[in-house]
Write a protein that binds this ligand. Structure first.
Ligand SMILES: *Cc1c(COP(=O)(O)O)cnc(C)c1O
Length: 401
């Protein structure tokens, strides 16, 4: 059964406009020195999308190293509980425990092609840093990970993992010493070091990153559609994913975009509710604006300037969001709703007890949204993207809530 599933990016991942725009959103809002590098990167990216040898290499590592295809699992007890049939796309079973490895494999294979001498990355909670350090070790390329000084304190375990994998963790000690500052530090280093390759962790930032990350992650939906058709003989009625920067959601959604009978839902980090600084629900509560090199939505303060975000899920705790999701919301193709910390923790507990699967608290947001939306849809069948596993969340989440 497993071997019949074709593992590859979706052809629909290349349906963006000139300069990487998605409708009104996207683009490249950066200083000229950086723009020059990014335009070269964009050309090299377009080249590899047409290169069968690159695709074969990417697919080889996705299968043999990351463990793809990930299963599409029918969650019978969760389905009974919700009263609607639900499948889980098991990205939690990938090597390193989440979807992030799909993107780091793709970007670092591109870096190797481009002759990069050094990989750099930013990380918040450390998940993307670990995924990057992992693939850098695999390919034998030196790796530096920029991380806010505060996050280094909070995420000691992931710092140890990155160091064990041979990466150097560099504290970003400007500003609030968290993720957004780590991005600035990494970009600064990237501009000054011509032989470095910047591996960005989500579907955010300037062109061509949203295009690249969407392309590499689109393997998720490309598989899920084939698996669902085999299991049910038709397309799903609804698909759900959580949205931080938006990469796992884009990964699931992209292959289904032309299938208008499939309804698409994104769950944002609703934190404690709509108050400023108390959530990361960029599309639900934020405004359009330029943030970290791209035009998309952003959570803002009283004056409309980018604000600090909050979510119990470190992976969702980012003030910006993918321009592709901004465009999908505007066109009405996808719908985005905030899920509070409490609702996510409730879903985290329910899935653990009913299925023996401890989900990442990020992914629990998607489960919580599905539980809400599917309450009165008993004849429908849906897919939830389980973006990662929740071992990392067990101690903190259960104690505090
Ligand atoms: C990083 C992360 C996310 C959020 O990132 P996206 O780019 O929005 O997918 C979601 N789930 C898990 C498990 C993560 O590690």
């Amino acid at each position: 059964m497993k071997s019949q599933i074709i593992v590859e990016p979706s052809e629909h991942a290349l349906e963006f406009e000139a300069k990487g725009m998605y409708g009104n959103y996207g683009g490249m809002y950066v200083p000229p020195v950086l723009a020059e590098k990014l335009l070269v990167l964009a050309d090299r990216f377009m080249e590899i999308t047409k290169d069968e040898k690159f695709k074969d290499e990417f697919v080889y590592y996705l299968k043999q190293y990351a463990g793809r295809p990930s299963p599409l699992y029918y969650a019978e007890r969760l389905s009974d509980f919700v009263g609607s049939k639900i499948y889980l796309k098991r990205e939690d079973l990938n090597h390193t425990g989440a979807h992030k490895i799909n993107n780091t494999l793709g970007q670092l294979l591109l870096a190797k092609r481009m002759g990069a001498r050094e990989i750099i990355a930013e990380t918040g909670a450390g998940q993307h840093g670990v995924a990057t350090a992992t693939v850098a070790a695999l390919l034998g390329i030196p790796c530096k990970v920029f991380m806010g000084a505060v996050d280094i304190q909070r995420q000691a375990m992931n710092v140890s993992r990155m160091e064990l994998l041979g990466a150097q963790v560099i504290p970003a000690d400007q500003g609030t010493q968290t993720l957004a500052d780590a991005v600035d530090a990494a970009l600064g280093y990237y501009i000054e070091n011509p032989n470095s390759f910047y591996c960005l962790g989500s579907q955010v930032g300037p062109h061509p990153y949203p295009n690249m990350v969407g392309y590499f992650q689109s393997v998720i939906g490309r598989e899920a559609k084939q698996q669902f058709l085999q299991a049910e003989g038709r397309l799903p009625d609804n698909i759900f994913a959580c949205v931080g920067g938006g990469s796992n959601a884009a990964g699931l959604f992209i292959d289904f975009l032309p299938d208008h009978e499939v309804k698409i839902y994104g769950a944002e980090g609703g934190g404690d509710g709509p108050a400023i600084n108390r959530n990361a629900a960029t599309l639900s509560y934020g405004k359009p604006g330029i943030f970290q090199g791209t035009y998309s939505y952003c959570v803002t303060d009283e004056e409309g300037k980018p604000a600090q975000s909050w979510s119990i899920a470190a992976g969702l705790d980012y003030p910006g969001v993918s321009p592709q999701h901004a465009s999908l919301m505007e066109s009405g193709r996808a719908e985005y709703q905030p899920i509070t910390d409490k609702e996510a923790i409730n879903a985290f507990r329910i899935l653990s007890k009913l299925e023996g699967i401890i989900p990442a608290v990020e992914s629990s947001h998607a489960v919580a949204l599905a539980m809400k939306v599917l309450k009165d849809r008993k004849d429908q069948i849906s897919i939830i993207n389980l973006s990662g596993r929740g071992d990392k969340d067990v101690e903190r989440e259960l104690r505090e809530y």
